[in-house]
Design a protein around this ligand. Structure first.
Ligand SMILES: Nc1ncnc2c1ncn2[C@@H]1O[C@H](COP(=O)(O)OP(=O)(O)OP(=O)(O)O)[C@@H](O)[C@H]1O
Ligand SMILES: [Mg+2]
Length: 381
């Protein structure tokens, strides 16, 4: 049964951001009979191709925001770099989900780590590095470390690895994008992530943890389920669910984690939106992360996250990724998703492919050479 606050088919969901996450959210919304309105700063928006309406303009322009918000019954977002002031303005017209307060937490790595720490979640040891003067004090910290911009980082951009004191000294004479945060480099056994959805009634569902592999800072491959013990999988899901509850989430949250050598979980970062590591759900589950996102913000029930297949997800990145598409289209049980981007620039996410496997038959473990979409044979460690 629908609650009084549930949106009915025909209602309009506003999505801030015009990228592939907005595109796939709009497709999920359409399946449920909703209309979507995209706000994008460029007309060449992948999401515009699958939505009903598009407003093009700056995310902090009050006139643009009002024009957009007047047509929406609820507003959500697919990317995180929206001004909080802008969101505040939108709230005067309709609910914004997830809330501005969660976005405020995830937008800034220092705020994020501080909040996670206060809530009792384990994170990698870190120090705030607001300016050049503070950089030198990192000699007292721990090497190797990673410096990251506190805001606007994605796909590993704005990160600097520092292995030893001499490298730190060299950086003191470099123009770095302060403010920064320094994190101890974790010698992780595995990178994991959990997608969790929660609606305003407090109903909550999390997907099985995924194992993620990056190269050059960009996510390449996800394995679902992650090949970990049922106990660790449960722990990761419980951690993500507790966080969603503690933050008062209404919507979807991606929780990136490291599993260290002793099997402890540390939270790397959170993203209150659909996440690349959740793309496997599109073909591995009856209700995927995008539909969960839409259901959660629209006040609809959240069904169980039952997986019907194991999935090996490959991102299709840049010209090399697109070059694989003809072959992938010939393959059985390979579900190809392309984002409608015109130009395949190096490093650009152009699409992804979900390869489906029976339960327990995922290839692996993986090495770097198997990160290419066409070389996914099982490789022994
Ligand atoms: N403290 C750390 N120790 C070891 N590896 C790390 C650490 N922080 C980041 N990394 C590696 O760099 C990747 C990108 O870092 P992070 O997720 O913090 O940045 P991002 O730019 O927001 O990336 P994305 O957009 O892919 O989420 C991580 O997935 C991980 O592989
Ligand atoms: Mg990340």
């Amino acid at each position: 049964m629908l609650t009084p606050l549930s949106l009915l088919p025909g209602a309009t969901i506003g999505i801030i951001g015009g990228g592939q996450l907005g595109r796939m959210s709009a497709m999920a919304a359409a399946r449920l009979g909703f209309r979507t309105h995209i706000l994008s700063d460029t007309p060449q928006a992948p999401a515009a191709q699958t939505a009903n309406e598009l407003t093009v303009g700056a995310y902090d322009d009050p006139t643009v925001l009002e024009e957009f918000a007047r047509t929406c019954d609820v507003i959500t977002f697919e990317f995180e770099n929206i001004s909080l002031q802008g969101l505040k303005q939108l709230e005067a017209f309709c609910p914004v989900r997830p809330s501005r307060h969660i976005l405020e937490t995830s937008q800034d790595r220092v705020t994020e780590k501080t909040r996670l720490g206060k809530l009792g979640f384990p994170v990698a040891p870190w120090r705030s590095v607001p300016d050049r003067a503070t950089l030198a004090s990192l000699v007292e910290f721990s090497f190797p470390l990673i410096l990251k911009t506190t805001r606007f980082g994605y796909d590993g951009k704005g990160q600097f690895r520092v292995n030893a004191t001499e490298e730190l000294a060299a950086l003191e004479n470099t123009d770095l994008p302060y403010p920064l945060v320094a994190e101890k480099k974790i010698d992780f056994a595995r990178e994991l992530s959990v997608m969790v959805a929660r609606n305003e009634k407090g109903e909550m569902r999390s997907f099985t943890p995924t194992e993620n592999h990056h190269r050059d800072g960009i996510l390449r491959v996800c394995l679902a389920p992650a090949p970990i013990s049922p106990q660790l999988a449960r722990k990761a899901q419980e951690m993500a669910e507790k966080l969603a509850r503690d933050l008062g989430l209404i919507g979807l949250l991606g929780v990136e984690m490291f599993e260290d050598a002793r099997g402890n979980l540390l939270i790397n970062e959170i993203a209150p939106r659909p996440h690349n590591s959740g793309h496997w759900t599109m073909d591995g589950c009856p209700v995927d992360q995008f539909e969960m996102h839409i259901r959660a913000v629209a006040g609809l029930p959240l069904p169980e996250t039952r997986r019907h297949s194991d999935v090996f997800m490959h991102n299709l990145i840049g010209p090399e990724g697109m070059a694989c598409v003809p072959e992938l289209l010939e393959e059985n049980a390979a579900c190809v998703h392309l984002y409608g981007k015109q130009e395949a620039r190096p490093g650009r996410k152009m699409g992804h492919v979900n390869r489906l496997y029976p339960f327990g038959a995922l290839p692996g473990p993986l090495t770097l050479s198997s990160l290419s979409p066409l070389e996914a044979e099982p490789i022994q460690n």
